[in-house]
Write a protein of this length. Structure first.
Length: 306
């Protein structure tokens, strides 16, 4: 029993580190003038390869055998992680960033609910109250959505949130099974799914390839590996809650590197008011459509912050 608090603290440190790694996504995307699916392809390819390399470096050939020993739970974790990755991009394209962010913020409460149903992990009263508030927030968002566009974007954001929540619960359930191989596989699957939609896979310079490699290592390989290791040691709801530290850190890195602060009117826009967010998206899309890459043809650049 003496080791339990130590393991709990270790889990907290690992998940905090994972959130910090995940929060660097906007920083790297600012450095890459590519469409979202091209970024997802190269990021996933480097991330998956680097996780596999770490396995081999630390465990030798037995690390490769982890892929064969994943079992159904490992494949399920990999599939859910991939689903979360590929739902995020079209969700941002079909509804506002603020709507997607609010739905993602309900992840800890969705995770706690699934853990209670699946593992009988009883959440605290304050977690249950927060879940009710979060569900009311989702109802308000959906109530002001356009059927032709926002509803689909919100549905994809919800699907992504449920997928990541289910992944967290499964990792907790199989805490004695290494899921690092599943993290590698999920990135490779994400790259495969991106191929039909990516527009600039072959138009990557050596410098940009290096940035993709750093993106894959720090944000993907390090972040996902640390989260899978840490979430095994914590209650599912708590792990997901700590991971939301990523959200306030994302604009911090962008501000630190590019002195880019959020627009003043961003804080004034009402969550359910789609008009201001849609105007913001249209301005972003027009600006992205005319962005030039160095010594290459004009290319469309979209949001890719996952």
């Amino acid at each position: 029993m003496a080791g339990a608090p130590s393991q709990h603290r270790k889990g907290i440190v690992l998940v905090v580190a994972a959130a910090i790694a995940w929060s660097t996504a906007p920083f790297f995307t600012r450095l890459l003038p590519f469409d979202s699916w091209t970024i997802l392809f190269w990021r996933g390819l480097f991330g998956g390869a680097l996780i596999a390399a770490i396995l081999v470096l630390l465990q030798g050939r037995s690390g490769l055998r982890d892929f064969a020993k994943m079992g159904k739970s490992g494949w399920l974790v990999a599939s859910l992680s991939t689903l979360g990755m590929v739902c995020f991009i079209p969700a941002l394209q079909l509804t506002s960033v603020s709507n997607v962010a609010i739905i993602i913020a309900t992840g800890p409460f969705v995770t706690a609910a699934l853990a209670w149903i699946w593992l009988r992990e009883v959440p605290r009263l304050r977690t249950m109250l927060a879940s009710i508030v979060a569900l009311c927030g989702i109802a308000i968002i959906v109530g002001g959505a356009r059927v032709s566009s926002d509803i689909l974007g919100l549905a994809l954001a919800c699907l992504m949130t449920v997928a990541i929540a289910a992944m967290t619960v499964i990792v907790r359930q199989h805490r004695n099974t290494s899921m690092v191989a599943a993290a590698s596989l999920s990135n490779i699957l994400g790259s495969i799914v991106s191929i039909p939609f990516a527009q600039g896979i072959a138009a990557v310079s050596g410098h940009e390839m290096f940035i993709f490699a750093m993106f894959g290592f720090f944000q993907v390989a390090l972040g996902l590996t640390l989260y899978l290791l840490g979430s095994r040691l914590l209650p599912s709801g708590q792990a997901a809650l700590i991971a939301t530290l990523e959200t306030p850190l994302m604009p911090f890195w962008v501000w630190l590197a590019f002195q880019e602060a959020p627009a003043p009117d961003a804080c004034r826009r009402r969550v359910g008011d789609g008009r201001g967010d849609r105007r913001h998206r249209r301005r972003y899309q027009r600006a992205a459509a005319v962005r030039l890459t160095t010594d290459r043809e004009r290319r469309l650049v979209g949001p890719a912050d996952l």
